[in-house]
Design a protein around this ligand. Structure first.
Ligand SMILES: [Zn+2]
Length: 81
């Protein structure tokens, strides 16, 4: 096994989306928002993006970062509405 899955999290307090690479054993543990330190909520993993990230850079996987949040997937924010 060369890598761990990346999990997406959303902060219910400041609405920031972010990603963390964690082992399956750690996936259920509490995560703090990097911005406000509130407890973040885990979203679905983005395995499609992860498959390209062999170098392990979770912050530059796709390059189409949403303008609203730091996540690479707009599933974590609501720019469309
Ligand atoms: Zn936050």
């Amino acid at each position: 096994m060369s890598g761990m899955p990346i999990y997406e999290y959303i902060c219910p307090s400041c609405n920031a989306g972010f990603e963390l690479r964690r082992s399956f054993g750690e996936a259920g543990e509490a995560v703090s928002c990097p911005k406000c330190q509130a407890s973040a909520r885990k979203l679905f993993s983005s395995f499609t993006a992860f498959s390209k990230g062999a170098s392990g850079e979770s912050s530059s996987i796709m390059g189409d970062t949403c303008g609203t949040c730091p996540a690479t997937s707009c599933a974590t924010c609501e720019t469309g509405s």
